[in-house]
Structure formats: C-alpha cells, structure tokens
Design a protein around this ligand. Structure first.
Ligand code: FAD
Length: 403
C-alpha cells in the first residue's frame, strides 16, 4: 500500500464526529477547566457516553486502520477543541499503549479495559516512566522491582514524577529496574492493579499549560503486586535478561520502531492546537479594523497567516507520513521524531504569532489564544524533548554516535 493523504469514508466520518464533540462540548468548557486546574470528569464522562473515551475506540482506531491516519486525524480534532481536556481524555491511552506494547494478549484483555471503565464507572490509566533524576535519560531510572519467590509477588519501591493521571489513575503502568547491572536493558514494565495501598500520589503540579490534565508524582513504597503483573510475563522477562547478559541483542530495533510510532500521534495533538490558533487569528484579522481597514490588509499580518497555514500543513504532512510509516514499520530516518519535532515547534510558533495578531486581546484570558500558547509549549518537552528528537534524528541520518 502506498502512502495516500486522502482520507477514506470512515476517517472522514470519525474526523467530523470528533470535531463536533470538540466544538460543542470541549471548547466551550476549556477556559473553565484551565482555571480550575482539575480533571474534567463530566467531560470525560460525555466522551465515554459517545464512545470516544473507550478502549473499543482506541482498539478500532489503532488496529483496524491499515493507513495509520485515523488516530492522528481524531487527535488533531480533539486537541483543536482543547489540549488540557484532550489529554485528560487521551491520557489513559498512554497506559493502554504501554500494556499493548509489552503485554501478553491475556494481559491486554485484562488491563486495557480497566484503563477506561464504563460511562457509569469511569476509570483512568497512567504510564509512569519519568523520575526526578531520570527524564530524558531513561537509563537512569532507579525505581526497583524485586521478585519475592515465597509469595510470588513483585515488590516495587521508587518515586515517579510528572505522571499524567498519576495517583488518580486506577491502573498504573510503571517502568522499573529488575537488573541494575544491565542499564536500560534491565528494565521491565509492571501493571499496578487498582487500589494498591503501596502506591500513593505525591505532589500535584501546578502547570503553565494543559492545566485540565492532572500531572503528579507517584510514590511506590513496598508496593506489592502479583507475580503475573510483569508485562510480557516472567518467563519472557527471564529469557530476555539472559539474552542480554550473554551480550545478545535486547530487541533494540523493535523498541525503536515502537517509540517512533507513538510520536506522530503526539505531533497530531500539537497540530490541533496550532490550527485552533491559526483559524481564530485569521477570522480576527479579517474583522479587526485599525487605520480604517481590516488588519489582514496589512501584508505584515497577512503574511504571518500565510506562513501559519503553510507551516501547519507541513507539520500535518510530516505527522501523517510518520503515522503511515509507523503502521508499515518502514522508518528509516526517524520520521516519527521528525513529525513530533516539527509539530511541537509549529504549535509554539503559531500560537505566539496568534497572540501578536490579536495584540492586547491576545494577551488576556478573555480570549483563548494565550491559553493555546501556554498549552503548546509542552509539545517541546514531553514524550521526548525537542533536543532528544534532534538526537534521535541526527543519529538516524548519520548512523553515528552523537552525544
Ligand atoms: C505536563 C507533563 C506531563 C508528563 N507526563 C508524563 C507521563 O505521563 N509519564 C511519564 O513517564 N513522563 C511524563 N512526563 C515527563 C516528560 O516526559 C519529561 O519531562 C521529559 O522527558 C523531559 O525530562 P526532564 O523534564 O527530566 O528534563 P531533562 O531530561 O532534565 O532535560 C532538561 C533539558 O536538557 C535537555 N537535554 C537532556 N539531555 C540532553 C542531551 N543528551 N542532549 C541535548 N539536550 C539534552 C532537554 O532537551 C531539556 O531541554 C510529563 C512531563 C510533563 C511536564
């Protein structure tokens, strides 16, 4: 199958469906939840009622789409509505993706539905990798998981930080060290089932943007979980560790493809924010009059908008290409990272330019543009910072070790 940027009938329907929800439910609520800095439970519930917040939607969009474009298309629309609420709806997907990436089919069936619950009994998922001293440097993770033969339990101790839905989630997927000698190849992922008394929420962060999305520390103290909660199963883990200890490959190529393939989806969220700012400032520039004419009739304003339209389309093209290549396992030059890098930068740049077009009105909270600018900045930081994307791309294009 060749890359084709033309959306099929199903994708056009999903695009319209998510757009309607974003414009009728999400965007009108965005300013309020940004001010409250709280998880927007009523909006998540509405998303669950229409089937958008559900493991079935995630499975359908990810698995039954040979093009890879359905997910980025849906995400762009949702995050066009609002990124903080968007992340509250999609945050559980991080845990679900972690389970799907490393879990056995039985683990996927058991735990992914519990990341979502039902509209009557909503549940959340969280994916916890980052630590205070291990952000970009994943190999520096210190959270330790030790297997206790006598009870067939894993005992986990450590502190995770910056965790989306951390502490309020029902299912936490936690990355921990099982063999400290092996660096990042001695890590494994674990599911912490709901209601575990060894897991607690540390501080909740007050943020610059995406403030409707809950971000907090997760503290694991003598956190005991059943032996079968290691993702992939204990036997597979032992086999992998034995291979690594013998100096054989730990499947780095497959892991690289997995990381790369999640990045276009994050880029699509950034494109949604950028497009919101572009559309809003375009309309504003056509209506706002100074010196007796609409401000768009000044080239300096019109050309910013022309650049915005161009950059947003360029970012989306990279996102869709990255998503398609990810689906077909065809990455060659870290095209997933390219998509995320470009989209994050475009979102920050376009939202800043939108403030400029609105002037003073862009700078105050009565208008949504300053919020979009605050929201956009996270796309240069999480899921791999701007510099980490550059590192991955430069290593891919050069084939050399770049530090
Ligand atoms: C709102 C929010 C939500 C998040 N959600 C989650 C989540 O759900 N789960 C999770 O596990 N994590 C999450 N994170 C963590 C996020 O992924 C990290 O913040 C990110 O990986 C960067 O790590 P750090 O903050 O420790 O920065 P650092 O790694 O300390 O980086 C600081 C600066 O140094 C640069 N830098 C670091 N190393 C290099 C290098 N080798 N070369 C060049 N420059 C370098 C970085 O690019 C950055 O500019 C979230 C973060 C935020 C802010």
């Amino acid at each position: 199958m060749d890359f084709n940027p033309e959306l099929n009938e199903d994708q056009l329907q999903i695009q319209q469906w998510v757009h309607d929800f974003a414009s009728e439910v999400v965007r009108p609520a965005a300013a309020d939840w940004d001010e409250r800095e709280e998880t927007p439970w009523p909006i998540i519930k509405e998303a669950a009622e229409i089937g958008l917040y559900s493991w079935e939607f995630m499975a359908e969009a990810m698995m039954n789409d040979p093009t890879g474009l359905t997910m980025p298309v849906a995400l762009e629309e949702l995050f066009w509505g609002d990124a903080g609420i968007g992340l509250s709806i999609m945050g559980s997907g991080l845990a679900a993706a972690g389970i799907a990436a490393s879990g056995t089919p039985e683990q996927v069936m058991e735990w992914v539905p519990q990341c979502y619950g039902t509209p009557e009994d909503l549940m959340l998922g969280a994916f916890a990798s980052s630590e205070p001293d291990a952000g970009s440097d994943v190999a520096a993770i210190r959270t330790r998981a030790v297997y206790e033969e006598s009870t067939d339990e894993w005992v986990i101790n450590g502190t995770k930080t910056w965790i989306t839905n951390g502490g309020i989630a029902d299912v936490h997927v936690v990355v921990a060290v099982v063999d400290p000698e092996l660096g990042s190849r001695g890590h494994a992922s674990f599911v912490i089932p709901p209601g575990n008394s060894g897991l607690s929420q540390g501080q909740k962060f007050k943020k610059h943007g995406i403030r409707a999305s809950h971000t907090a520390e997760v503290v694991l103290t003598e956190c005991r979980i059943p032996g079968n909660c290691v993702l992939g199963g204990k036997d597979k883990l032992e086999e992998r560790l034995a291979r690594v200890r013998e100096g054989k490959s730990g499947n780095a190529q497959a892991a690289m493809q997995t990381f790369e393939s999640t990045r276009p989806a994050v880029g699509a969220q950034a494109v949604g924010i950028a497009r919101a700012a572009y559309e809003y400032s375009l309309e504003y520039a056509k209506e706002r009059r100074q010196f007796g004419r609409p401000i768009i009739q000044n080239q300096s304003i019109a050309f910013i908008l022309a650049d915005m339209a161009t950059e947003i389309d360029a970012a989306r093209a990279l996102v869709w290409r990255g998503a398609w290549l990810g689906k077909h396992k065809k990455y060659r030059n870290a095209e997933g990272s390219m998509a995320k890098l470009k989209a994050g930068r475009v979102a920050v740049w376009a939202t800043e330019r939108a403030i400029q077009i609105l002037g003073g009105y862009g700078y105050v909270r009565d208008y949504p543009v300053e919020r979009w600018h605050r929201d956009a900045k996270i796309y240069d930081i999480f899921e791999g910072t701007e510099q980490i994307q550059q590192l991955v791309i430069s290593r891919a294009i050069s084939g050399m070790r770049i530090e």
